[in-house]
Design a protein around this ligand. Structure first.
Ligand code: CTP
Ligand code: MG
Length: 230
């Protein structure tokens, strides 16, 4: 059974603000994309396809060096980048995980747990963690209109795992809906699977699978790498 990974790495990293794609930012001497790919391979993935920012394909290939990964051209948004990589997966692929390059310190154990849950028969699996902050609903002027009951809420990370046919069907529906001018609100691949009626299950996530989004996140990643394995 082939386990493949798709790594969306085609974002521009506007919030990080380095003036170059976030996937090429460096933590502890290694790019985010290289770290993400290493974690996936250590987690037992056989095939990796990385979606690179258009125009930066060669830079991503260079960052990946000798790693067993194929680089494809990404798209304007994450859904499109994942779809481009999905087209490149070998036909033998039975399990696919989609993992943000930006979650570069995700422990391989999380990858294994997600893959295992798909292998055991779940069609869509996401790592989830508890929400730490109190959540409020706010109105247009910023005033609080309600406190959201936190029980039953989870913060969801990547890698998100799918039976290959499920991920393909989910992206196909998103493509058709977009083609028809319908909005696709889902912000992750599990959301697209939910849209076609698939039940998504959770496995325990890990704080180290946090997404590098801002300069503070990059500093946190650097500190974690310097501190060594936890
Ligand atoms: N991504 C992608 N293609 C896009 C946009 C995002 O492959 N068109 C990827 C990013 O490279 C990242 C992941 O999706 O690994 C999560 O996106 P995000 O954290 O928003 O990254 P960026 O879009 O690069 O950051 P920003 O929104 O601050 O520009
Ligand atoms: Mg983005």
């Amino acid at each position: 059974m082939t386990v493949a990974a798709i790594v969306p790495a085609a974002g521009r990293g506007e919030r990080l603000g380095l003036g170059r794609p976030k996937a090429l930012a460096v933590v502890g001497g290694q790019t985010l994309v290289a770290r993400a790919v290493d974690g996936l391979i250590e987690g037992g993935v056989d095939v990796v396809v990385v979606a690179a920012p258009p125009g930066d394909e060669d830079a991503v290939r260079e960052a990946l060096d000798h790693r067993r990964a194929t680089v494809v051209t990404g798209a304007d948004d994450r859904v499109g980048s994942v779809a481009a990589a999905l087209d490149m997966l070998p036909a033998t692929t039975e399990v696919v995980v989609v993992h943000d390059a930006a979650r570069c310190l995700c422990p391989p154990a999380v990858v294994r747990a997600v893959v295992e849950a798909v292998r055991s028969g779940h069609r869509a699996v996401v790592p989830a963690t508890a929400v730490a902050d109190t959540l409020k609903r706010t109105g247009p002027g910023g005033q609080v209109t309600a406190t959201v009951d936190r029980s039953g809420l989870a913060a969801v990370q990547t890698p998100q795992g799918f039976a290959a046919a499920t991920l393909r069907a989910a992206h196909e529906q998103a493509r058709v809906r977009r083609g028809a001018g319908e909005p696709v609100a889902a912000t992750d691949d599990a959301g697209l699977a939910e849209d076609i009626g698939v039940t998504v299950v959770t496995v325990p996530g890990d704080p180290r699978a946090f997404k590098v989004t801002t300069p503070l996140d990059l500093a946190m990643a650097e500190a974690l790498v310097t501190a060594g394995p936890a």
